[in-house]
Design a protein around this ligand. Structure first.
Ligand code: G16
Length: 545
């Protein structure tokens, strides 16, 4: 077959370094950009097969998100804009790791197992972030698509959630929106303006927001979007990529893990600020107190704000829809208690990775899912959307009910339901604060976080750590969980877990306790246990000062 000959020919231009094995991680392949050319080419092939199989457009995003500039990675997007289905993650790994001479066999194996009709048309949307390696790597994806006869559309520089959105729009024949970046801005910004324009007593102060763009694609896209917002949001954009390095001392991951403000941002006490990550699919908020203290509002606080707002609106609209919040083991213990005990909403815990949270959230009328790191969104079932629409259009309901239903309708429109989206989440949060007349300090005061600490431990092979119970307990190596249990007992309100990262070559350690000193000490002691029992490399973890 001519297509296979073309694959052979082109694959020799994108050769796999012999013996290199890479695993499909939390959100696709991710490592130093120099090792990824063959992976990108092969993911172009795989996306084309997936498109033929599903008879729909598939997305391929070239990004390493929160990782350092020298890394890169790839995220595969399924027809409704969600992360690619797990069965195909396995195919991705097989294809990625086939030695050069075995590539065609691996490809044909997938075609046979999935009974793919090779004469079916294929369409693939491709996007990339601002990393210097992204241009040639996205070309490798396009090469992979074209050798199997697939048709590609190159969106160039876009945020990851924008590409997810485009894929969903395309496959729903425009029902979700126009598959253009302009269509995305128009839909989100118009909904935001409808939500905020009638808010009473909104002061200019409340319209002002300071954004840390992580020196990445999110900064470029916020600049592009500004004109669609009119005067409804006044943005001061920092770390826009003009001088700083991507994700270096800035961005959502830095702010969340280090629990301090990013460099390169001028923050006045009390001012509302937010940080995006490198591909703008995560967001965290923060402010500093007049005494210089740093206050973080992470994914858990965002989920709480959104679910409180939605619950209130549902009540006002007289709609009986079930809301659930989906979290991971990283969720602060205080947030889970507040959601369950005070708000009385169902809370579920899944493994890390938005693909897991997204799936769990689909089980409810309204599923609010957020990782503590600020990655999340809200899903509305089709039935929930229909009920909201009926109520908004029903001539016989009271003004109050109608107003609430209309707010809900516009809230649905401002949300990118395909995946966590820093820009969409930011507009939603800004709208909620406006509608509720709430300051960032009042939002922060909904509950108090338990002090916590996250650390990384380098080990020879992080796969020696295996976990269960949504990653809350380690089943290997032997003795590690017992050691953690013993350490946790020494502290009050304490909890700790470890897990291998799926995006970096490290083991992550999380600890929380009643004081910062205890959380820091526990995190350090658990790191030492990982270092000793799981084959730590380099210097022993040092205590935190
Ligand atoms: C990705 C995933 C997130 C996950 C994060 C960290 O985020 O999409 O769901 O929380 O990696 O994963 P890990 O702890 O396994 O390294 P991003 O924003 O980097 O694409």
């Amino acid at each position: 077959m001519a297509q296979f000959q073309e694959v052979s020919r082109q694959s020799s231009l994108h050769p796999k370094p012999a013996g290199l094995i890479l695993q499909y991680g939390t959100a696709g392949f991710r490592t130093n950009a120099k090792q990824l050319d063959h992976i990108m080419f092969r993911m172009g092939l795989l996306a084309t097969l997936r498109s033929k199989k599903t008879k729909a457009t598939i997305g391929v995003m070239v990004t390493a998100s929160h990782n350092p500039e020298e890394d890169n990675g790839v995220k595969l997007i399924d027809p409704m804009g969600e992360m690619v289905t797990p069965a195909w993650e396995d195919y991705a790994t097989q294809l990625a790791n086939a030695e050069q001479e075995d590539l065609l066999t691996a490809l044909k194996d997938i075609i046979q197992k999935e009974a793919i009709n090779m004469s079916q048309e294929a369409h693939v949307f491709v996007g990339k972030d601002t990393r210097s390696s992204s241009a040639s790597l996205s070309q490798a994806v396009l090469d992979g698509v074209s050798c199997l006869g697939g048709l590609s559309k190159d969106y160039g520089l876009v945020t990851t959630p924008q590409l997810h959105y485009m894929v969903c729009c395309q496959n729903t024949q425009g029902k979700y929106g126009d598959a253009t970046v302009e269509g995305y801005y128009k839909k989100l910004c118009q909904a935001f303006i409808r939500l905020t324009k009638n808010a009473s007593n909104r002061t200019d102060d409340q319209k002002y927001l300071c954004i840390d763009g992580a020196n990445g694609i999110g900064a470029l896209k916020v600049r592009e979007m500004e004109s669609y917002l009119g005067n409804e949001l006044q943005i001061s954009l920092f770390n826009d990529g003009n001088k700083g390095k991507l994700n270096h001392q800035c961005g959502a991951d830095f702010v969340k893990v280090q629990q301090k403000p990013p460099t390169g941002v001028e923050i006045n006490p009390g001012e509302r600020c937010c940080s995006f990550d490198g591909d703008a699919d995560r967001i965290v908020y923060y402010y500093t107190g007049s005494d210089g203290t740093f206050h973080l509002l992470d994914g858990d606080k965002i989920a709480t704000l959104i679910s409180t707002y939605l619950k209130e609106l549902l009540m006002q609209a007289g709609l009986d829809l079930k809301i659930a919040v989906v979290q991971t083991a990283y969720a602060n213990g205080s947030s889970t208690c507040y959601l369950e005990d005070t708000m009385k909403v169902t809370v579920c815990c899944t493994k890390t990775g938005v693909k897991h949270l997204h799936h769990a959230a689909q089980e409810f009328d309204i599923g609010v899912y957020f990782e503590a790191n600020g990655h999340g969104t809200v899903l509305f079932s089709k039935a929930a959307e229909e009920k909201i629409q009926q109520q908004a259009e029903d001539g016989n309901v009271s003004d109050e009910k109608k107003r609430a239903a209309l707010l809900l309708q516009n809230t649905v429109s401002v949300i990118n339901q395909t995946v966590g989206d820093a820009i969409s989440d930011m507009l939603l949060i800004e709208a909620i604060l406006t509608i509720k007349g709430m300051t960032v300090q009042q939002w922060d005061a909904i509950y108090s976080d338990l002090p916590n600490r996250q650390l990384k431990v380098k080990v020879a092979d992080r796969r020696v750590i295996d976990t269960t119970d949504a990653e809350r307990r380690a089943v290997s190596p032997a003795g590690l969980q017992e050691a953690i249990d013993g350490l946790v007992k020494k502290y009050r309100q304490a909890r700790s877990f470890v897990r291998p990262s799926g995006t970096e070559d490290v083991v992550r350690v999380y600890a929380e306790a009643d004081t910062q000193e205890s959380a820091d000490a526990l995190a350090h002691e658990v790191s030492l246990a990982v270092y000793r029992l799981a084959g730590g490399v380099g210097d022993e973890p040092k205590p935190i000062h």
